[in-house]
Write a protein that binds this ligand. Structure first.
Ligand SMILES: Cc1ncc(C[n+]2csc(CCOP(=O)(O)OP(=O)(O)O)c2C)c(N)n1
Ligand SMILES: [Mg+2]
Length: 331
């Protein structure tokens, strides 16, 4: 848990619960608002990298990352803003990277699909589907070898479950009982292709146990459900109990790539999208905390106002920042 704090240091269980809930809400809203800002500004054509937005999928990154510490290592994919923004990612470095500026987390050379910021716990992302999965396993092996208390967490899509590298990685991690958390964000689609058109069975989580890796399937739109299963998995990994494969059912609201929706393309229906929008992870969370009386509207409004300021400042910083010096092209 990084962006605003480490684990809450509250005194009473209720206070502890309140701080935890506020952290989860802030993490989800930070992703949602930052990506909505990307979508708003993208048509200005100043961000020149492709963007794969994960609006609708925020509960996965938030619920998992709430269990991590700065010693852990996070890896992402082409749809990679979530874990960066949920954990240690700096908003100024994030926007500057999307604008290709020298102040970006990769000095403007990576763009949206190649975020990397080790001080922020983000050890890399890649446009090669499944590409970071074996790297996460390698870093977990290194952690064991050097007796570090680090867990490696890799986020990937259901499309990466079409790649052989996932199974090689599960096999080795299961054999060596490595501290890895494999997090599959199953949003049902790989570009425009439904999981049913690509895989005989809807059973990604069940593919872990054949390699000695426990598999858990969870409602990926419930931040608390994700938080609970990730907590147990991370705890086990830290105690040398080995890896876990989490399959989180969720849904992307925007098109595969770019800032807008894609229903007119015809590969999915408005009705299907509407069904998932009704299960918005943020809205579900708000309904739950109000019903239980743990947080009030004013608590959440305060978070929202603070983030709006933070995002505006980050965008202004990114726009005003210089481009990298061409003389450093090969540095
Ligand atoms: C090895 C490889 N094969 C194909 C592609 C083209 N490609 C880019 S994104 C994508 C779909 C990935 O789907 P999924 O893993 O489910 O992630 P999502 O986009 O749904 O988050 C594909 C096939 C690629 N980048 N790398
Ligand atoms: Mg997918």
């Amino acid at each position: 848990m990084a962006h605003s704090s480490r684990a809450p240091s509250a005194t009473s269980p209720r206070q502890h619960q309140r701080e935890r809930l506020l952290w989860l809400y802030r993490a989800m809203l930070r992703m949602r608002m930052a990506e909505e800002k990307v979508a708003e500004l993208y048509p200005q054509q100043e961000m020149r990298c492709p963007v794969h937005l994960h609006v609708g999928q925020e509960a996965v990154s938030a619920g998992v990352c709430a269990n991590l510490t700065p010693e852990d290592r996070i890896f992402g994919s082409h749809r990679s803003h979530g874990p960066y923004l949920a954990f240690g990612g700096n908003l100024g470095a994030f926007f500057a990277e999307l604008y290709g500026k020298a102040a970006g987390c990769c000095r403007g050379r990576g763009g949206s699909m190649h975020l990397l910021d080790r001080p922020a716990g983000y050890w890399g992302s890649s446009a090669i589907v499944g590409g970071t999965i074996p790297i996460a396993v390698g870093t977990a092996l290194e952690a064991v070898y050097h007796r570090k208390n680090s867990v490696s967490v890799v986020f990937f899509g259901d499309g990466a479950a079409d790649e052989g590298i996932l199974y090689e990685s599960l096999s080795y991690a299961g054999l060596k009982k490595l501290p890895v958390l494999f997090v599959c964000e199953n949003n049902q689609y790989a570009t425009n292709s439904h999981q049913r058109a690509r895989q005989a069975l809807d059973n990604i989580s069940e593919r872990g146990p054949v390699f000695g890796v426990p598999g858990v399937r969870v409602d990926g739109n419930s931040v608390l459900a994700v938080y609970e299963v990730a907590r147990e998995s991370v705890r086990r990994a830290r105690m040398s109990g080995g890896p876990t494969l989490l399959e989180c059912d969720t849904y992307r609201w925007k098109g595969h790539v770019g800032p807008v929706g894609d229903i007119p393309m015809g590969y999915r229906t408005q009705q299907e999208l509407d069904g998932w929008v009704a299960r918005c992870p943020l809205r579900q969370f708000e309904q739950m905390v109000f019903a239980e009386g743990v947080l009030k509207q004013s608590d959440l409004d305060g978070v929202k106002q603070g983030l709006a300021r933070e995002i505006d400042e980050a965008v202004a910083f990114a726009k005003a920042s210089p481009f990298p010096d061409p003389a450093e092209m090969t540095a």
